[in-house]
Design a protein around this ligand. Structure first.
Ligand code: FPP
Length: 249
């Protein structure tokens, strides 16, 4: 029995968020340049998006470039920006053909204008895709997101559009960059670190976490199946007791 056959297709996580870590170490172990690790990482994004869609996952949110990544050596930042452009150009036709819709979250205004334009074009060209949403977090950090929402709500309160007491979880969440998506059910982090590095702090409140030592360039369909099987072996209680969950109360 293959790992994919062990998955309960009725309980596949609908939204998986991934911290794709380990590209640099993968490259170093092979005496390659870090950018070659990222390049291999892009190929894995292609494979995993299709594998996830085949398994019935409806959304993948990938941490492709964090706010903190702007502090990397300029050469690596440039290589990553070029890779985004290359990836978008290379993948757009296949995304359209395979029902993959692109979405982007993050402070993209910090990115070079040509990168912004190409992303926007891909978002428009793939907007009809219904098989899976590929949501790229670019120039993203959760503290940036939450601070930005606080500013927006404070401004609306000052302008008299809302009252401070109107601010509840629902209103706050409606301003999240992911407001068009359900919260992730499962977070996967590759590369062996056990932290969430400023990623989706609000949205991951009830996600199941799965950590693997595998570097992102080595992650494959089997790795994804293992993560989903681990997820399916857990009981999601959302603060309730096990009995309540079992009795559906
Ligand atoms: C983390 O590895 C990975 C990144 C910072 C970049 C990931 C980006 C891609 C795979 C390209 C995505 C682009 C598109 C268009 C989908 P690391 O460099 O932190 O690895 P290390 O911890 O081993 O140094």
């Amino acid at each position: 029995m293959s790992l994919a056959e062990k998955i309960d297709m009725q309980r596949v996580p609908q939204h998986i968020a991934i911290i794709m870590d380990g590209n640099g170490r993968w490259a170093k172990e092979r005496n390659l340049d870090r950018s070659q690790g990222h390049r291999k990482g892009l190929d894995v994004v292609h494979e995993i998006t299709n594998d996830a869609a085949d398994l019935g996952v409806k959304c993948l949110t990938l941490y492709a470039f964090s706010t903190e990544n702007w502090n990397r050596p300029q050469e690596e930042v440039n290589a990553l920006m070029a890779l985004v452009v290359y990836g978008i150009e290379r993948e757009t036709p296949g995304m359209i053909a395979n029902g993959v819709r692109l979405s982007v979250i993050g402070d993209t205004s910090r990115m070079p204008i040509d990168v912004q334009q190409r992303l926007q074009r891909c978002i428009e060209e793939t907007s009809g895709g219904t098989r899976i949403t590929l949501n790229l977090a670019l120039s993203y950090s959760a503290r940036w997101e939450i601070t930005h929402i606080a500013q927006t709500l404070a401004r609306e309160a000052c302008e008299g559009k809302i009252k401070p007491e109107d601010i509840d979880e629902k209103l706050f969440a409606s301003h999240l960059t992911t407001a068009h998506l359900n919260d992730p059910d499962l977070l996967i982090r590759t590369g062996g670190e056990l932290r969430i590095s400023n990623f989706l702090l609000w949205q991951l409140s009830y996600a199941e976490f799965y950590f693997t030592d595998e570097y992102w360039p080595d992650f494959n369909k089997e790795s994804l199946c293992k993560a989903i099987i681990s997820y399916q072996n857990r009981e999601r209680r959302f603060g309730k007791t096990s009995e309540q969950v079992k009795n559906n109360k």
